[in-house]
Design a protein around this ligand. Structure first.
Ligand code: ADP
Ligand code: GLC
Length: 531
């Protein structure tokens, strides 16, 4: 019997994605499947999702869910190689976007929409005809955080629960409502459950009821224990530290692969043969209406346009940088806060031929952005992991990123004077602070480094060859699942046998040695010469 796992999530690429959550869940599911685990993803039947699945069929009705009766459909996702359960209630999920109205406001029934998803997971764990009972229920972010609470209410004990924190800033906080609207007994709406400062807090309840909590990077796991990054949950997290494990994300290195990327129209390249990267740059300049100047420093930005991503700071820093550096060009792919979108379009109008903006998102555009740019600007006030800089690195595009969250673990800065020993490992630029000046001077540092071709080339090579695939992290999840359910036949071993490290142990190690060791360390082969 295979080790059966139920992933409960709002997003899983390619079925649904608004950000890195979708990439991370899809990538992990795929990696676990190829390692021999039985994986089922449970997610809402978003508009169009069922069209991407094979063998769709109705499994059962779930009558007692918040928001009204729903139906459970099952299918198979060929891209991920796993089963998918879709929770169908069109009144809740068949909408233009996943979380927000066209005006950008949260749907006012989000509490009910995601409570229903979590309760459906508890029904699956309890046992439904025609549905495999999982050994472990693995919930992702606040949307699925109540799964462990409903399982507790249903009296499901042998099936263990994991809650993965992809972003503690989003907690699912809502005004208090009668317990029956969420299908919960009133005792779950107290300070021992969902209640937090007089409101409902989905993430907090998930932290209390899950058997294990995982965090998507080592550094973020430490950060969220502080008021600055814990977003009000730091004391709840501290109280649960013995249940916390940091397991860094990976990326899908087959999809994000400069050597075989079909979005590049044949202009693929590798760490040793970068000629076609120039062709990708020319194509990107053309697509964004920029001057066809090979010698320009092409800086890309590709992210949700939100405060998290410091878009407000970029709006001040970029014009300063464009004014100060005549060879700088900027291209921006993004979508998010309406005001930021408008102001970025205005910025492009101020710098014709030097700044281009595309409001929106598509995978094809994201791949071409990373392939064609010289550097990626990725400011973040907080960044639990940060997949985007790793995508850029895979294409030899140097990240210029905030020194926060997972990026501290995954990006190696050459240091202010770029000493030779650090250059052997350097993959990008990290900057501190949230002022325009901090960002602008980091851009300047990158432009200066690029004037040393051998240094830049070494950084590109390091970045492209850094090991960052799921084969590093999926085995850690496998081991965690098995440690929670030693009674179930183990998942076939894939990749190296590594021990999941507890946050507490990491803290001790970090205190002793300064920077935490990263799987991305030491990526330049010995003997590589650097100027
Ligand atoms: P976050 O999850 O905080 O947005 P990550 O860098 O970890 O940050 O992941 C971002 C992912 O979302 C990348 O795959 C990126 O290409 C994608 N992305 C960026 N902007 C959008 C958008 N507006 N809609 C959908 N996906 C986006
Ligand atoms: C979140 C975080 C991001 C992380 C992603 C996947 O959206 O903001 O940093 O990479 O989840 O875990």
């Amino acid at each position: 019997m295979a080790f059966e796992l139920l992933m409960v999530t709002s997003e899983a690429w390619p079925l649904a994605k608004t950000g890195g959550l979708g990439d991370a869940v899809g990538g992990l599911a795929k990696a676990l499947r190829s390692g021999g685990a039985g994986v089922t993803i449970l997610m809402p039947a978003w508009r169009g999702t069922q069209d991407q699945l094979a063998g769709m069929h109705r499994v059962t009705e779930l009558p007692g869910l918040p928001g009204g009766p729903a139906e459970l459909y099952a299918g198979y996702c060929p891209a991920l190689g796993c089963r998918v359960l879709l929770l169908r209630n069109d009144a809740l999920y068949d909408r233009d976007s996943l979380y927000v109205t066209p005006e950008g406001d949260e749907y006012d029934d989000n509490a009910v929409r995601f409570a229903a998803l979590s309760m459906a997971a508890a029904y699956v764990a309890q046992g439904l005809p025609g549905v495999t009972v999982p050994a472990v229920v693995h919930a992702h972010d606040w949307h699925a955080a109540l799964a462990s609470v409903y399982m507790h209410q249903f009296g499901v004990q042998d099936i263990k629960t994991i809650l993965t924190l992809h972003n503690v800033a989003f907690q699912g906080v809502y005004p208090m409502m009668p317990a029956e609207q969420l299908g919960l007994y009133p005792e779950y709406l107290t300070a021992d459950g969902l209640e937090y400062w007089g409101k409902l807090n989905f993430l907090k309840a998930g932290l209390l009821y899950s058997d294990c909590i995982t965090v998507v990077s080592h550094n973020y796991a430490r950060e969220i224990l502080t008021p600055r990054f814990g977003c009000g949950l730091e004391s709840v997290l501290a109280a649960r530290i013995d249940k916390m494990v940091a397991i860094p994300n990976g990326i899908d290195t087959m999809l994000w692969n400069a050597g075989r990327d079909t979005y590049l129209h044949g202009k693929t390249f590798t760490a040793d043969r970068l000629e076609n990267k120039v062709a990708c740059k020319t194509a990107l300049q053309k697509a964004y209406g920029l001057d066809a100047d090979r010698g320009a420093f092409l800086l890309a930005m590709g992210s949700r346009l939100t405060e998290q991503k410091m878009v407000d700071v970029a709006l001040q820093a970029l014009p300063q940088a464009l004014d100060a550096m005549p060879k700088l060009q900027v291209c921006i792919l993004g979508q998010g806060e309406r005001r930021a979108e408008r102001e970025l379009v205005q910025l492009a109008q101020r710098y014709p031929g030097r700044c281009g903006v595309y409001i929106g998102y598509s995978e094809a555009r994201a791949h071409r952005l990373h392939a064609g740019a010289d550097a990626l600007l990725h400011g973040s006030r907080f960044e639990p992991f940060g997949l985007t800089p790793l995508y850029a690195m895979r294409y030899g595009t140097i990240p210029i990123a905030s020194r926060v969250g997972g990026m501290v673990d995954t990006i190696v800065d050459p240091g202010l004077v770029a000493e030779t020993n650090r250059l052997y490992r350097a993959t990008g630029i990290l900057f501190d602070g949230e002022a325009a000046e901090d960002m602008r001077s980091a851009i300047e540092r990158a432009v200066t480094l690029r004037q040393r071709p051998l240094v830049w080339r070494t950084m590109q090579r390091n970045a492209m060859l850094a090991p960052m695939g799921w084969e590093q992290s999926a085995p850690l999840y496998s081991q965690l699942y098995q440690s929670l359910r030693p009674d179930v036949a183990p998942i076939e071993a894939v990749g190296p046998r590594l021990q999941p490290r507890e946050v507490r142990r990491n803290l001790q190690r970090r205190n002793g040695r300064g920077r935490a060791a990263s799987s991305l360390d030491a990526v330049v082969p010995a003997g590589t010469s650097v100027a």
